[in-house]
Write a protein that binds this ligand. Sequence first.
Ligand code: HEM
Ligand SMILES: *[C@@H]1O[C@H](CO)[C@@H](O)[C@H](O)[C@H]1NC(C)=O
Ligand SMILES: *[C@@H]1O[C@H](CO)[C@@H](O)[C@H](O)[C@H]1NC(C)=O
Length: 519
Amino acid sequence: MQILYIKHQSRYSTQSTTMDDYLRLVTYGSAAIMGAYVVGTAFYSPKLDSIPAVGPSGIFSSYIGAYRYLRYGKDMIQEGYEKYRVFRVPLIHRWDVIVSGSKLVEELRASKEEDLSIREAFNEILQTNMTMGPNILGNPYHISVTRVGMTKNLDLCFDEVRDEIEHTFADHLALEGNEWKAIPAQATVMQVICRTSNRLFVGLPLCRNRDYLNLNFEFTISVVVAAQLINILPGFLRPIAGPWISPLKKYLRRADQHLSLLVTERVRMEELGNDYEGRPNDLISWLLDVAEGEERTVPALVQRILVINFGAVHTSANTFTHALFDLAAFTASFQEMREEAEQIIKEDGWTKVAVGKMHKIDSFLRESQRYNGNSITSMGRKVVKPGGFTFSDGTTVPAGCFVNVATGPTHHDPDIYPNPDEFDALRFYRMRNEDDEEGNIRHQLVATNLDYLPWGHGRHACPGRFFAGTMLKTMLAHIILNYDVKLEDEAAGRPPNQWFAAICIPNGSANVLFRKRQF
Ligand code: HEM
Ligand SMILES: *[C@@H]1O[C@H](CO)[C@@H](O)[C@H](O)[C@H]1NC(C)=O
Ligand SMILES: *[C@@H]1O[C@H](CO)[C@@H](O)[C@H](O)[C@H]1NC(C)=O
């Protein structure tokens, strides 16, 4: 899950009063609360002494470390990775434990929900019970709908996905003649992703409604900001102030204006069973295939659609913005990818099967996620086992602490990926071809393993990655086949990333130049 897009907010939305309110709340609120909180928690120290700390670890000096971590998280995690298998880094309100190496990562993957909980981790980081509603974690049926229903229907929905990609790019690029045109990368990708995803979620015409798209962008940001705020409150204040801080009610009301008629009608149609003629093949149907009891009510379905947008849009948009900068900056394989895509489409037509065969584009996106993931830690879990969780090396992480994997340093470890700091677009393409039949699967974009963790790994690995993978590959192929792309400032190179602790956000203000394909 992505944290903090506050800075970019104004560009996504014309209605930024809400965000201004939140920003003010955050700035003044957090200053006051922090003072009280620092004093209140300075004396609370979980039994972490046996785990080495990166940065100062004194009761007060660790707060300096926490501010360093916000700015230089990348360096601190790299330092920890080089020195230790298990270490901890200071956050403002807690320590995070970070593990690395296939042995320990495998133990984290294999752990049980009763020992290392992803639900409790989400609930603490995002305050899910308050910001999205307690039924989301209580009955997380949208996860299986995403993994099974959405993935299964991708074949049938492919033409719509592609249609929306074509339309959105045409609308947002609006190229004329053969001139280069500067396009704001992040804001444009955001629109394309949100529209394309919602073509599949709620269909036309709603997926092109400006306010509906904006409310989905804003909901994500508001939830993240609200969760941060709730998190720095002292525990006893959370249940009191939390519901008031939570943006959920407001966004449900706003989403209702767009969705309630549509969803009401769809729920009514289901009274005849789920095989009536003309039943749309979209997320609403896939939810209705599984939802039971209370979850079949209109408000609950609207809420679920918001939550899926939360999980889908910013993650995919940031991933693709990184990839677009890579495409413009690392041009060595551009022509090869174009030729491969062209050849395959000539043989198979513009189908999902064809996209599945575009191994060079697949490799490019996999390399882009390796090179710059959305986060340099992943697989966050909260220790819920009463006595703490003990790894095979003897390290015990106390209950209540968070464990993460040092994803970024793993992805840049020269023992795992030769020349790790070089963007090698066809790295995974070659690995696929060199390897046996199984390797053909092992190195594709959506495959996870102990050395490749942008989607997480194991039981909880991102259930949306099959959809995301197909959508992102189709977008990249569409760009490569129809446009020429380059950096606005070639001398300056790839626009620098923005860091917030472990979160790596592609530059929010940089442009990429587009023109109609010339050759
Ligand atoms: C490039 C885009 C995406 C990336 C990089 C990404 C990454 C991730 C990661 C790292 C996790 C946590 C895995 C773990 O902790 O073990 C996750 C979970 C999840 N993702 Fe994605 N994701 C993406 C797109 C999507 C999309 C498009 C959807 C929905 C359509 C989605 C839905 C979810 C859900 C529901 C979970 C929670 C799974 C659980 O609790 O078991 N994601 N994703
Ligand atoms: C969140 O809500 C779920 C479902 O109601 C509940 O089981 C869980 O205990 C709640 N978690 C917290 C920390 O309140
Ligand atoms: C993002 O890119 C723009 C233009 O290339 C540049 O002016 C700006 O400083 C960059 N932002 C960051 C945070 O690096």
